[in-house]
Design a protein around this ligand. Sequence first.
Ligand SMILES: Nc1nc2c([nH]c(=O)n2[C@@H]2O[C@H](COP(=O)(O)OP(=O)(O)OP(=O)(O)O)[C@@H](O)[C@H]2O)c(=O)[nH]1
Length: 136
Amino acid sequence: MTSEKKAPIDVAVGILMKENGDVLLAQRPAGKPYEGYWEFPGGKVETGETVEEALKREFMEELGITVLNKDPWCCVEHVYPHAHVRLHFFIIRRWAGYPQSRESQSFGWQGAIHVEPLLPATIPLIRWLDALRYPR
Ligand SMILES: Nc1nc2c([nH]c(=O)n2[C@@H]2O[C@H](COP(=O)(O)OP(=O)(O)OP(=O)(O)O)[C@@H](O)[C@H]2O)c(=O)[nH]1
């Protein structure tokens, strides 16, 4: 038996946020693990890329959006049956273009989050996100 531990897979995730606090969620396409679950757009960091570069690439590939400004927000690790991921979340308040579904994903702007199911690692973030976008 081996006790070898695999390094986590880095994933760049972006939360597009409008001035009124609405955020963009996307539905995972058919054929991927957790197909049909809702997530914030993003994807795995490729070899030789920084997390920021991966974020920009994924937003262009998935949504046709140019990221103009991004604030690192939080980093969360989660062990799924299919992978151990390290999610690097960014808040994106400035971008160019309108989201288009380039990979046949459904997506939508959400104030209070009404879509489900959400990816398990993303669920706890919603409370933190609400504290950020709706400060008392
Ligand atoms: N984009 C995104 N991924 C998330 C979130 N939460 C979360 O657990 N993940 C996990 O992060 C990983 C992202 O991988 P992915 O398969 O979507 O990445 P990718 O687009 O580069 O896919 P591919 O290159 O395998 O086709 C998945 O294991 C997914 O379950 C989230 O909110 N957004």
